[in-house]
Design a protein around this ligand. Sequence first.
Ligand SMILES: C[S@@+](CC[C@H](N)C(=O)[O-])C[C@H]1O[C@@H](n2cnc3c(N)ncnc32)[C@H](O)[C@@H]1O
Length: 193
Amino acid sequence: MHTTCFRNDASFDWLYPENIQKLSRRHWTPLSIAKRSARFLANGPGKKILDIGSGVGKFCIIGANFFPDNLFYGIEQRRELYDHAMAAKAFTGLENADFIHGNFTQAELGEYDNFYFYNSFFENLDEQGRIDNLLEYSVSLYIYYSRYLFRALDARPSGTRLVTFHSLEEEVPPDYQVVEASPDLLLKMWIKR
Ligand SMILES: C[S@@+](CC[C@H](N)C(=O)[O-])C[C@H]1O[C@@H](n2cnc3c(N)ncnc32)[C@H](O)[C@@H]1O
């Protein structure tokens, strides 16, 4: 187990090659936010937590390290990022983190207890600072994904927990109530009524 990488964001970034480190500040969850979010989502042993758009696996690997009684999964549409997540999992030796390569619309969202969402669909609206230009981006895709996730979250049972970071909240159904937030309101923790 390599505990040094969990000291701060810079040491965590060393798990990845330089081109991935450069994306860190804008695209990967800061360590303190990941830890706080994971604590909220890991509300009992054996909870299955899904990161929707898991990138290089930062949220899941941090969550899995600090909350070993819970299972952290991530789904990521970009093959290269998924491969980096799997390599980081192997390096850290964490057995309670796992990753799926694919679009979140292909995942069985009903299999998970709680969800983490770092504004994954925003790349469809924002022409600046995209991870790459290899995908098709459009406003209609943003709307489609947001509505898809809204319906999936709406179908989850009462007590389901959700963390949003930098979200426009279009994917959050009205039954989800904010129970905790950061002072700048970028981080919100929700529980379904
Ligand atoms: C802002 S990054 C967050 C990464 C990770 N959750 C973290 O906190 O470090 C959003 C990620 O969502 C992925 N993504 C966007 N739309 C997706 C979709 N429809 N299905 C799966 N992944 C998606 C992007 O490729 C990107 O890696």
